[in-house]
Write a protein that binds this ligand. Structure first.
Ligand code: SAM
Ligand code: SF4
Ligand code: SF4
Length: 348
């Protein structure tokens, strides 16, 4: 993965209406999931009869790779594979191998619920995956079961993390969505478990993604509150941002036993630095996690569009981007009839 003359220099790509460059692409490789986390895919909606995409409706690996190459020409340097559950996509390692070969891509990561990670960790590493993020909301088996919608086993996720560590998929990050009265009482235990192991726990404020997760503001635990609780137990020192656009605020444990991060999308929005685009499993390009509509690329791909045609559409989509949902949350929440895209479909 090296830069070449065909890769545009940093800063030379399109800028959106708020002056933001395009740097990161999140690719949802699978809309299905083997969990039913109530804050993402509540069971009452995503039941046995729910119509997920058929395999012909999802982008093929060739289509994903072609688009990824074009995104690099618009400035993308980092890819994250997500879903739904990306490890449910058959032969995912083939895709990773192809993506790592794209000149200009500097970093490829994957977000998973970890249930199948023990099985695939070594294969993923061998295919060229560098880093992994595992979502884990609690070490309390009862809370875990509730937050995975009754699917999956905590031990499988923990052994997935262990296998990822052995395979050299580092640094491993653990993403934890905290909800008041649901799992906030188990946050300290999570920190305790991973402190000193090299695994970085990052707490994410509960967000109003999609339209079906029954989000309420009083369920959000502000990062500041959590940070105060954690630092009362283990003193923390703030760390510099590792790169422009980093979403997590990072703190190191003063005793040298690693770090912890906070992603405060609700209480401290970071739209001003948001350089992320998202590609849904069926090839729709979204420029915000809370978007109400996107740009359909699959039909263009399958209809014989040239690279230049596709690039023009992708560039125009970015140029007219003005998204800053999290900075305008109250106004959006008050607006009736706004239908946001669902998170499982575009990927977190
Ligand atoms: N299935 C994989 C997983 O759970 O890691 C990847 C997809 S999931 C949609 C990506 C991330 O979004 C997960 O870390 C999940 O916890 C987070 N997420 C989902 N719904 C959320 C919500 N309402 N608020 C905050 N984060 C959420
Ligand atoms: Fe599945 Fe991830 Fe959503 Fe949970 S957060 S339902 S594991 S896609
Ligand atoms: Fe980016 Fe949209 Fe999130 Fe703001 S709300 S940080 S624009 S994804």
């Amino acid at each position: 993965m090296a830069a070449s003359d065909s890769v545009i220099p940093l800063g030379a790509g399109p800028r959106d209406l708020r002056g933001r460059a395009l740097r990161d692409l999140r690719i949802s490789v699978m809309d299905r999931c083997n969990f039913r986390c109530p804050y993402c895919m509540p069971r009452e909606t995503f039941h046995d009869k729910y119509r997920f995409l058929g395999s012909h409706e999802r982008l093929s690996f060739d289509e994903i790779v072609r688009l990824a190459r074009l995104f690099v020409r618009l400035g993308v340097r980092k890819l994250r594979l997500t879903g739904g559950e990306p490890l449910l996509r058959p032969n995912l390692t083939d895709l990773i191998g192809d993506l790592t070969a794209i000149e200009g891509i500097e970093d490829i990561a994957l977000t998973t619920n970890g249930a199948l990670l023990a099985k695939y960790a070594f294969e993923l590493r061998a295919a060229g995956l560098q880093r992994i993020t595992v979502s884990l909301d609690s070490l309390d088996p009862g809370v875990f079961t509730r937050l995975s919608g009754g699917f999956g086993a905590l031990e499988d996720v923990l052994s997935g993390i262990e296998q990822a560590r052995r395979a050299g998929l580092g640094p491993i990050k653990v993403n934890t969505v905290i909800q008041r009265g649901v799992n906030d009482h188990t946050a300290i235990e999570l920190v305790d478990r991973f402190r000193g192991t090299g695994v970085i726990v990052r707490f994410i404020e509960y967000m109003d993604v999609g339209n079906r997760n029954h989000w309420r503001p009083d369920l959000v635990v502000p990062s500041k509150e959590l940070m105060t609780r954690i630092s009362a137990r283990w003193p923390l020192t703030p760390l510099e941002r590792a790169y422009h656009g980093e979403v997590a605020e990072r703190y190191s444990f003063t005793d040298g036993r690693g770090e912890v991060g906070f992603i405060s999308s609700v209480t401290q929005p970071f739209c001003g630095d948001c350089t992320r685009a998202r590609l849904s499993s069926d090839g729709v390009l979204y420029t915000c996690l809370f978007a109400t509509h996107g740009t359909h690329l699959r039909d263009k791909l399958r209809g014989g569009a040239s690279d230049d045609d596709l690039l023009r559409v992708m560039r125009e989509t970015w140029l007219r981007r003005a998204d800053n949902y999290s900075e305008q949350r109250q106004a959006h929440l008050a607006a009736e009839g706004e239908r946001k895209v669902e998170m499982f479909y575009i990927g977190g």
